[in-house]
Design a protein around this ligand. Structure first.
Ligand code: CA
Length: 427
């Protein structure tokens, strides 16, 4: 019997540098373009990007259940529309094609030259056309920190928080891929509670360290996805920076929640790491007390051990790592988020994005936002060049990374990075 794609002993004939996020056990999916050609589905091994349209055109991906046309689309949705069994078969097929002992591509110079490209010569795009984006609020530490700062330390968590995964509907139109800069947003704030509001660029621009998952087609309207079924409806995960303007947020959010403080940009990493690739890194999540209602209960391990970190690099300066957290700290799991989202019959569609909410850990250096790291600006962070930060300045580049590691196997996401440009003036 051939080894499964997650077997740590697998090796590829494509060179994989030590410490790479993309060994043959990963096989992520993304949308890439090169030489100004239209974007196409791709995967990556080491520092090599593979054009899947060429492999499909040669018939090498037949038998996975995915139509060849899906490999000619500029987003992964057409491919994801075939569902989990097909996506799994595709990953298994690619794993076989790139194993060191498989000569099919390895010994075909012409095909290899056509299909393989150096990662640094490729432009990556938003991998999925996201229809609906939902943002959860699933880190107990984050919710506790925010509740302590903005409301009441004695009652930091609102009464519903331990009973359901709190979330809100976000906006998909302003999702940007890693590498695309954003302008500082402008908006209404009320710095002096005894004076009228003012208008101008946000003075409290913040990142939120999150992980998002992308869905397969799901079920029809009216039906629900159980926690046990959730994994069958999750294609893969991306790193996610849910940019936030804290001063705009604190003035506008009552009573319906965040609006313009959150919808001006959200950055996502460009390689979707499949849930299948992450299976070896399942781990126990935090104990849940009180026991959730029946529809939110789960069996087995529903958390994933993904180490996360955030860097800030000032204009022309070196990066400083300011946060180290982990996806496993989340109180509410992806399975619970999806079950809760659909329990009223709300349908999810192929390519919906569900983000975790800011992933803060238990220690002050693991908080996933500047709001918490600097405790609302009262404890500035020192960068390696001596500068201080309370929030994010113009010219700063914020980079998030994530990876899993176990038994000598490392599976990573690469990075999600964005530079902050000054606010655009009114024309
Ligand atoms: Ca968020």
């Amino acid at each position: 019997m051939t080894k499964p794609p997650n077997d740590p002993s697998l090796r590829s004939w494509i060179r994989v540098p030590k410490g790479s996020d993309f060994p043959i056990q990963n096989i992520p999916f993304g949308i890439a373009s090169w030489n100004g050609e239209p974007p196409l589905p791709a995967t990556r091994i080491g520092d090599t990007v593979v054009d899947l349209s060429i492999l499909a055109d040669m018939g090498l991906l037949d038998g996975t259940g995915i139509a060849r046309e899906a490999f000619l689309a500029s987003r992964l949705n057409d491919l994801m529309a075939f569902g989990k069994p097909a996506a799994r078969a595709l990953r298994e097929r690619l794993s076989e094609l790139f194993r060191e002992e498989n000569p099919t591509l390895r010994d075909d110079n012409e095909l290899r030259e056509d299909a393989l490209l150096p990662a640094d010569q490729v432009r990556m795009h938003i991998p999925v056309e996201v229809g609906d984006y939902t943002d959860f609020y699933s880190s107990r530490e984050h919710a506790t920190n925010v509740g302590t700062m903005f409301r009441d330390p004695a009652n930091a968590l609102l009464p519903n928080w331990l009973h359901l995964p709190v979330g809100y509907h976000g906006r998909a139109s302003s999702l940007i891929p890693s590498g695309v800069p954003l302008h500082r947003p402008m908006g209404q704030t009320r710095p002096d509670p005894n004076a009228p509001p003012v208008f101008g660029p946000t003075k409290q621009l913040d990142f939120e360290l999150e992980v998002g998952f992308l869905t397969f087609p799901g079920k029809p309207l009216g039906q629900r996805i159980s926690t046990a079924e959730a994994a069958d409806h999750i294609f893969g995960l991306v790193l996610f920076n849910d940019w936030s303007a804290r001063d705009i947020q604190s003035w506008e959010y009552v009573p319906l929640g965040p609006f313009l403080a959150k919808n001006f940009a959200s950055s996502m990493s460009t390689w979707v790491v499949t849930l299948d690739a992450l299976e070896p890194f399942r781990t126990a999540g935090p104990a849940q007390d009180p026991t959730p209602l029946t529809y939110l209960r789960t069996q087995g391990h529903e958390a994933f051990d993904i180490a996360l970190e955030v860097d800030i690099a000032p204009e022309g300066g070196a990066a400083t790592t300011i946060c180290r957290s982990n996806f496993k700290h989340l109180y509410w799991s992806m399975a619970q988020q999806l079950a809760h989202h659909t329990v009223n019959g709300c349908n999810v569609r192929c390519g919906d994005l569900m983000a975790s909410g800011t992933i803060s850990g238990p220690t002050p250096d693991s908080y996933g936002s500047m709001l918490e790291l600097t405790w609302r600006g009262t404890k500035p962070i020192q960068l390696s060049n001596g500068e201080e930060r309370k929030f994010i300045n113009d010219g700063d580049t914020v980079t998030m990374r994530g990876h899993c590691e176990k038994d000598g196997l490392r599976i990573g996401f690469g990075e999600v990075e964005a530079k902050v440009l000054p606010a655009l003036p009114f024309a």
